[in-house]
Design a protein around this ligand. Structure first.
Ligand code: M6R
Length: 616
């Protein structure tokens, strides 16, 4: 939930660290800091630690007056877990003598015991963080080992928990020692030095060939090169991953914010996720599934496990898997699934959906499901992420880097990928013919142009609807079937970026309680696209209208009748009900963003959130 970065080479370190930290801010943004090596007037190396509460831009101003001489340092942007956001709790944390500094992403579960022991041995703590124990453990080990890498390795043997860690030591100028367990670390070698970060986005300016460090591996970075070792200190040769996207993806490209840019990229995401998936004979090609047709045919139960927006993609998949493949499908929050005792047999398929591929609950649920004997299939946006590596098979959603904390384009990529999976299961189970699969596949592809049409035409209608919502204390999202599933996502998007309270209900549930909330002017956002339950949804809306609700309808083009009850109508093209979640989600994303902008919210970095939730 934090971002770490490090550089050692021949360039000005502070500039590289600040650029990297800005790109990692999606991982946390309540405070930021750096530790930079400095040569003092006696020629000795010291560490300068600078920390600021708030976003990286504040740290950047603080560093503006510092000279450019330092060519080695580490940096951190934080999402608070242990200890409130404050300067003292911001990273880097230092050893008692200030000669060792660490940045850490993760959680140290046994930090309280370690802290007690270290205090008894005379160490003084200056923060409430779990991370600080690392600085003191390394300090103790360094006193014995006189080698930073060996000291980090030794410190890790005492720690229970998860970490991506980088450490520097004033007694070993130019060296950065790195360790990883359960939290991402990528390392790259550029022409002008060696780089480490939590995410490739922070070092892609320097290289596209990176090492994704594995659990239990260590790295020692110097200006001249990088040495990789295992837990015993033995040299290893890690695999190199080539990154095929470029830095344009990490820039706003003329858009006012990443959220809007990413919403507008969705037609491409649909197309890219489908490329090469259908053979000329109408066979779906999802080889990455890692299961033969015979094994797929045996599947008699599917669980989709995920969190947040990814969970909502699962709700959509349930409808498709059950209707096309006739296999029972349950969708569960990974945080619940992992603590239950779900019914899992060798013919159970668990589908884990995660944009980041590093969500702690989803990973834990994957591990649990595999131990219980399920086949696990991952759907993720991040190549080489833990979800990809720990699943039996994986589909990548081809959304490319998503920077706004609110998921939009990756959600569309997830729905498209899950739709492919549902089609495949339908085909294998003999419930869909090759002709039907081909037709549905092409209709799925058509949603790219339909999304573009919504983006091109519905701005003014969405703006009017946003004006109607922006001052409301609360809003309700309703729909039936696919409309209900997408309503949950619409409500989440609105809450997360605009801080407006919102809830979603299956429209038929309104009269069982939520309708009590309706008073004159209360916004009800209804997904009323043409579907088998259209008339029922309209009836429910009439009940809301009768109580004075302000109704905003997402409706199918050509539906003039809806104007009789809706105060605002946002039109989307006519699509098969199975694909309506894809198109209907676009106006809901735009509506949430527009309301947030009107309310003066930071749509890319909403308060209290981080994009990767690597803690329970
Ligand atoms: O990376 P994941 O898809 O596993 O993340 C799951 C949720 O944390 C995520 O979808 C979250 O709900 C988003 N901020 C929603 O926009």
């Amino acid at each position: 939930m934090c971002g770490i970065v490090g550089y050692t080479g021949s360039d000005t370190a502070k500039d590289i660290l600040i650029t990297g930290l800005k790109r990692l801010e999606y991982r946390g943004y309540d405070s930021a800091g750096v530790a930079l090596e400095r040569t003092d007037s006696d020629g000795a190396t010291q560490l300068d630690i600078v920390r600021r509460v708030g976003k990286v831009v504040g740290l950047e101003s603080e560093l503006a007056n510092m000279d450019d001489a330092s060519t080695c340092g580490i940096g951190h942007t934080r999402w608070a877990t242990h200890g409130r956001p404050s300067q003292a709790n911001a990273h880097p944390h230092a050893s008692c003598d200030g000669r060792i500094a660490v940045v850490h992403n993760g959680i140290i579960e046994n930090f309280a015991e370690l802290r007690d022991e270290l205090e008894q041995r005379g160490h003084t703590f200056r923060s409430q963080t779990d991370t600080e124990v690392f600085a003191h453990l390394i300090e103790e080990a360094y006193a014995q080992e006189h080698d930073l890498m060996a000291a980090v390795r030794e410190a890790c043997t005492h720690v229970v928990g998860a970490y991506g860690l980088a450490a520097v030591c004033a007694d070993e100028p130019g060296v950065i020692a790195v360790a990883r367990k359960d939290n991402p670390i990528v390392i790259g070698r550029g022409e002008r030095g060696s780089y480490v970060a939590s995410d490739v986005i922070a070092l892609i300016d320097a290289t596209r060939d990176v090492v994704v460090l594995e659990d239990g591996q260590f790295a020692r970075l110097t200006p001249e090169g990088i040495e990789y070792t295992d837990a015993a200190g033995k040299t290893i040769q890690p695999d190199i991953t080539h990154i095929d996207w470029d830095i344009d993806m990490a820039e706003k490209g003329g858009y006012p914010d990443f959220m809007l840019k990413e919403i507008c990229e969705q037609p491409r995401v649909v197309r890219d996720t489908l490329v090469g998936r259908l053979s000329p004979y109408g066979e779906l090609d999802i080889d990455e599934l890692g299961l033969t047709f015979e094994e797929l045919n045996l599947i008699d139960r599917v669980y989709v496990i995920a969190c947040g927006t990814s969970y909502h993609a699962g709700l959509i998949a349930k409808n498709l898997i059950e209707s096309w493949a006739r296999i029972p499908c349950e969708v569960e929050a990974a945080s619940e699934f992992r603590y239950r005792n779900p019914i899992i047999t060798p013919s159970t398929l668990v589908v884990a959906v995660s944009q980041s591929g590093e969500t702690a609950d989803t990973l834990a649920a994957i591990r649990d499901a595999r131990i219980k004997g399920a086949k696990v299939f991952g759907i993720t946006n991040v190549v080489g992420s833990p979800v990809a590596r720990e699943s039996d098979g994986v589909i990548y959603t081809k959304a490319n880097k998503e920077i706004a904390v609110a998921s939009t384009k990756s959600f569309i990529g997830q729905i498209v990928s899950l739709t492919l999976l549902a089609l495949l299961l339908g085909q294998v189970k003999g419930k869909l013919t090759t002709g039907q699969v081909r037709m549905l596949f092409h209709e799925l592809g058509d949603t790219a142009a339909q999304i573009q049409h919504i983006l091109d035409t519905q701005g003014p209608a969405i703006h009017e609807a946003a004006l109607a919502c922006k001052d409301a204390p609360s809003a309700l999202f309703v729909g039936r079937g696919m409309g209900a599933a997408i309503s949950y996502e619409g409500a989440l998007k609105l809450k997360e970026v605009s801080y407006l309270h919102a809830e979603a209900y299956a429209a038929g549930e309104m009269k069982h309680g939520p309708i009590a909330l309706i008073d004159p002017g209360f916004p009800v956002i209804a997904v009323t696209t043409k579907s088998p339950t259209y008339d029922k949804t309209v009836s429910n809306l009439k009940e809301c209208e009768a109580r004075g609700a302000k109704i905003i309808a997402i409706a199918t083009e050509g539906d003039e009748d809806i104007k009789q009850i809706a105060d605002y109508v946002i039109y989307i093209p006519l699509v098969r009900d199975a694909f309506s979640a894809i198109t209907a989600s676009v106006p809901l994303q735009l509506l949430a963003r527009e309301v947030a902008v009107m309310r003066g919210c930071d749509v890319d970095q909403p308060r209290n959130l981080a994009k990767s939730v690597t803690v329970e």
